[in-house]
Design a binder for this molecule. Structure first.
Ligand code: GTR
Length: 430
């Protein structure tokens, strides 16, 4: 009897250890385990032509790289709608205890009256001049960023969270201000910047339902039920939604539409980079702890790998990206080329010491290897050849900073973002 039971038990133990081992093997947390790799050269076209002028970059290599990122990584998004319908649903010139103006705007993402609506919340300093403005998506709805009873509670599907006051995927009053530590609105406004934000789930709810809800179905061809392998996943959809917010912002006289800085954290940091790469109207880009599929080099496989991200979040990228699971070297692009697509505009890559899952060193290297493109375009690249020390920000036009602490957005991070924007968009001293 004993042996009959002992055998399957042993098998179970062995396969459990095997699985654990396989899982442990997948996550690289030691530089010594990073495989050797060769990066594609952003300044060599697919046919081997060396890219030696700004013109060749703009006419040959940039479109080629855009096409490759669309086809192999994020998926191609639809063109911008011809016109954008919006309605200012709420407005106050006496927000934040009289320090700011507040606007809430419903932006219709399609011409279907039942289609998704992006609810944009805007805080602006009280000035007669159009202001430079940060555009950032949020994770839990606009009401989560600030305890302000005038902000409409989100109506879309939300990820359940007792802490944030989300019950049965719906917002409760407890949501108000639940994420405010990440959103120092008063400080931003006091420094002369506007802040525009919208809930990413208004564009596409962040779960894998094979693209039945959210924006995707509105663009299906006759008979189509999900995006093709080279069509937009959720990150591309969120980025596309940011561009629709920018459509609105560019025709709002209170906002300086030529100085909108797209910023995002984590999966929304990946989104900010792709939004900045695909929409040159964004004047500057800030990626916070964006990691795999964001600023980190995929070929390093440090922390989160392509296989892990495609398995945990099958809806984020296009289906073609799964070809590179455990096969990163075969991908015709790597993430330094995503940053290169932002050139010559200012771009700041931000890491955190304890955020090893996002591979801080890989994030630095992406900026480093994007630098030659900035230089070819006649502007300053990353002013550091080596990974800078913690809390020693390199705020060159292509910048990099690593701070102590965890995967998060802190008030001190926003101080850096504004210092960076002051220097590179407003021409104020660094
Ligand atoms: C993690 C994911 C990361 C990052 C993060 C986030 O679970 O593995 O790629 O995007 O979520 O967005 O919070």
């Amino acid at each position: 009897m004993r042996s009959v039971f002992a055998f399957p038990c042993l098998l179970l133990v062995l396969s459990a250890t095997g699985m654990l081992h396989a899982q442990q093997e997948q996550v690289i947390y030691d530089e010594a385990d990073v495989p050797k790799f060769t990066l594609p050269d952003p300044l060599v076209a697919a046919d081997g032509t060396k890219i030696e002028s700004a013109q060749a970059w703009n006419e040959i290599r940039r479109p080629e790289l855009m096409g490759l990122f669309e086809k192999e990584v994020y998926g191609k998004s639809p063109a911008a709608p011809e016109k954008i319908a919006f309605e200012v649903t709420e407005s106050s010139d006496d927000a934040l205890g009289g320090k700011a103006r507040r606007r809430q705007v419903a932006i219709r993402l399609t011409d279907d009256p039942e289609g998704p609506v992006l609810n944009l919340l805007v805080y602006l300093p009280k000035t007669d001049q159009p202001v430079p403005t940060f555009m950032t998506l949020n994770f839990f709805g606009n009401a989560s960023i600030q305890d302000d009873p005038a902000i409409q509670l989100p109506q879309s599907w939300l990820r359940n969270s007792t802490d944030k006051g989300v019950d049965n995927h719906k917002a409760t009053e407890k949501l108000r201000g639940a994420s405010s530590s990440r959103w120092p609105v008063e400080m931003i406004v006091e420094n002369g910047y506007g802040l525009a934000t919208a809930y990413y789930g208004d564009i596409d709810p962040d779960f894998d339902d094979k693209f039945q809800n959210g924006i995707h179905p509105y663009f299906y061809e006759e008979g189509q039920t999900e995006p093709k392998p080279d069509q937009w996943g959720s990150i591309a959809a969120w980025a596309w939604g940011m561009s629709r917010a920018l459509d609105y912002m560019q025709q709002d006289n209170e906002i300086d539409g030529s100085k909108v800085i797209v910023m995002g954290h984590s999966r929304l940091g990946k989104t900010a980079l792709w939004a900045g790469a695909s929409d040159p109207r964004f004047a500057a880009v800030i990626s916070n702890n964006s990691g795999c599929g964001g600023a980190a080099l995929s070929r390093r496989r440090f922390g989160e790998s392509v296989k892990r991200i495609n398995t945990s979040f099958p809806h984020w990228f296009c289906d073609n990206f799964t070809k590179y699971n455990h096969n990163e070297d075969a991908c015709p692009v790597d993430q330094h080329e995503l940053i290169a697509l932002i050139a010559p505009r200012p771009c700041l890559v931000c890491s955190a010491v304890e955020d090893r899952w996002a591979d801080p060193h890989g994030e630095f290297l992406s900026a480093h290897f994007a630098s030659p493109v900035y230089e070819l375009l006649g502007v300053e690249g990353l002013a550091a050849d080596e990974m800078p020390k913690v809390d020693e920000p390199v705020l060159s036009r292509l910048g990099y900073v690593i701070r102590p602490g965890k995967h998060d957005v802190l008030k001190s991070d926003w101080e850096r973002y504004m210092q960076f924007a002051d220097a590179h968009l407003l021409g104020k001293g660094n």
